[in-house]
Design a protein around this ligand. Structure first.
Ligand code: SAM
Ligand code: SF4
Length: 325
């Protein structure tokens, strides 16, 4: 029986965070001095993460995205991914990364059975990239992307669009798609930390597309069956695509198919819900039937939509690095 919520949405996608640590400090994701370090004991072990995955897949989860923090900084990640990829009936194993360590790990990720990578890259200018990530080295990310291409990964790049930070680079990203087969998706900045200026930082997907359309004709790409929330376009003759993901201006909650589990084992049924349920006691007791019941319950209680585009937004501030995006 697939997991279906009270709104009839089929829940078949788990975003699984394996660490809240990261080697970057992106402005929009975490505070400058990082987040409070979580004690090792409170982070799910690989055995616990695997037990969780082996429990959710028979319940109807078909796709697992491994995320973080930065998943590639956790030691032992490659054998863990290999174990995950061998779970029968798991159709898609994918990973989100800042690509800083990708050059040395791309081949191992491919061999471990990771099918696709989403790479976060918010600027093509070394100085701006370093400012946004608070110290990141763009050349390492670009080498990582090249290596991932060489070993056969299709390249998807996610760009968090922020007014005053990288909106002068939208056309540079669009230009890149003319000679590289990359899927570039601009994501509206979300007010996870509830900073006072958040509304002035958000650039709607419509505005992003309009700015690109000033230079290029954009042809809509027909959506495939497994298409995510991105609306994609192609510049005529281009090898890649540009798209927008609009969680703020046009939320896609009616099609939401996901749940999230943090590296501390807290399951969330909506990114902006303050309700979390701690799976650790069940995982640590190896109590699979109780785990299944909790997961079914959390899906049943999944809210119809979030309120972040609404002035009444009321969630507690959080760092995306703790939840995994
Ligand atoms: N470290 C990895 C990375 O950056 O790809 C994985 C974890 S990161 C939290 C996952 C995604 O969340 C990234 O694509 C990041 O850009 C996005 N993200 C973080 N904070 C965000 C925000 N406030 N609004 C929109 N996207 C955000
Ligand atoms: Fe790290 Fe990813 Fe957050 Fe940037 S967005 S600080 S790379 S977890």
């Amino acid at each position: 029986m697939p997991l279906v919520d009270t709104f009839g949405r089929k829940i078949n996608y788990l975003r699984l965070s394996v660490t809240d640590r990261c080697n970057y400090r992106c402005l929009y994701c975490m505070p400058e001095d990082g987040v409070i370090k979580v004690c090792h004991h409170d982070i799910l072990s690989y055995e616990e993460l695997l037990l969780l995955a082996r429990t959710v897949v028979p319940l109807g989860i078909e796709k697992i995205r491994v995320t973080g923090g930065e998943p590639l900084v956790r030691s032992g990640i490659i054998p863990f991914l290999k174990d995950l990829s061998q779970i029968p009936e798991l159709k898609q194993l994918v990973l989100t990364t800042n690509a800083s360590l990708l050059e040395g790990m791309a081949a191992e990720l491919k061999n471990a059975g990771v099918q696709r990578l989403n790479i976060s890259l918010d600027s093509l200018c070394p100085e701006n990239f370093s400012d946004i990530t608070r110290g990141g080295d763009l050349s390492k990310v670009l080498s990582g992307i090249r290596r991932a291409e060489e070993v056969g990964f299709p390249i998807k790049i996610n760009v968090v669009a922020m007014r005053g930070f990288n909106d002068h680079e939208f056309l540079d990203f669009a230009d890149l798609t003319t000679n590289k087969p990359y899927a570039i998706r601009f994501i509206e900045y979300m007010p996870t930390q509830r900073d006072t200026a958040w509304e002035s930082r958000v650039i709607s997907g419509e505005e992003i597309l309009a700015r690109i359309a000033d230079k290029y004709c954009l042809q809509p790409v027909v959506r495939g069956e497994m298409a995510g929330p991105s609306r994609d376009y192609k510049i005529p003759g281009a090898l890649g695509t540009v798209g927008v993901i609009t969680p703020v201006s046009g939320h896609f909650c009616q099609d939401c198919n996901r749940i999230r589990v943090t590296s501390q084992g807290m399951v969330k049924n909506c990114l902006f819900s303050d309700t979390e349920v701690d799976l650790k006691p069940y995982l640590r007791a190896g109590n699979v039937p109780a785990l299944q019941e909790i997961l079914k319950k959390i899906v049943t209680e999944k809210p119809g939509n979030h309120l972040i585009s609404n002035k009444e937004t009321s969630h507690q501030p959080f760092s995306m690095s703790k939840v995994g995006g």
